[in-house]
Ligand binder design. Structure first.
Ligand SMILES: Cc1cc2nc3c(=O)[nH]c(=O)nc-3n(C[C@H](O)[C@H](O)[C@H](O)COP(=O)(O)O)c2cc1C
Length: 193
């Protein structure tokens, strides 16, 4: 499974980066998984203003900055989106980046790892709908991490007291990644038929 972990915020001092590091460590420990970090901060995009929906525009003219983002997101088998909750939804920068996509996520599985006062659960519910409309196969497992900024150190290591909990964040993440791999293998085989 070629897995892309997408960091959905760009602000200075953002917490989402360390949640992404936590996910990358867990994914890198799995057999048959190759990971790439895609940080939206490396893909500055203008506000979407194309004259026609890109999915319905055979004449689409793609700006170099947009092409760089599309190239980054293509070529993976599965996706983990890291999002906090901004005003009970996903950050605008993440929604804007997704609005540029056409078939990059099609028939490929994705999940969400979120954080916030209620674990980012409301943002996750929005993002799952957005990803589904973006043609991704959104799996029925995700991670909503309450207390993430205190629970992880700056390198994305879980605090020992949380790591010791068999029902804690590591267990939820393992389930989500194992399921993502299952769907990824199944869908890759189907796409290759
Ligand atoms: C504009 C803005 C809106 C926010 N709205 C919410 C919210 O609705 N619910 C919540 O739990 N946290 C909210 N927060 C707190 C963020 O979830 C928290 O700051 C988180 O660390 C943001 O992710 P980031 O550090 O990667 O930017 C908000 C933060 C910002 C900056």
């Amino acid at each position: 499974m070629k897995l892309a972990v997408i960091v959905g915020t760009v602000r200075a001092n953002r917490q989402s980066l360390k949640e992404a590091q936590w996910v990358l460590k867990a994914a890198n420990a799995m057999d048959g998984v190759e990971t790439t970090l895609i940080d939206l901060a490396d893909y500055p995009l203008p506000f979407f203003s194309e004259p026609i929906s890109p999915r319905n525009n055979p004449e689409r003219k793609i700006e170099p900055a947009v092409q760089k983002w599309l190239d980054a997101i293509s070529g993976h088998d599965a996706y983990v989106f890291i999002t906090p909750e901004y005003n009970h939804s996903i950050p605008g920068v993440l929604k804007n980046a997704i609005d540029y996509l056409t078939t990059e996520l099609a028939r490929k599985p994705s999940t969400v790892v979120s954080h916030g006062t209620v674990g980012g659960a409301r943002a996750t519910m929005h993002l799952k709908e957005i990803l589904s409309e973006s043609r991704s196969v959104v799996i029925p497992y995700q991670v909503a991490f309450i207390g993430m900024s205190e629970g992880l150190d700056d390198e994305g290591n879980l605090k020992p007291e949380l790591a010791a909990n068999p029902y804690g964040p590591n267990a939820a993440l393992k389930t989500a990644l194992d399921e993502l791999k299952w769907y990824s293998d199944a869908l890759a085989a189907a796409r290759n038929k």
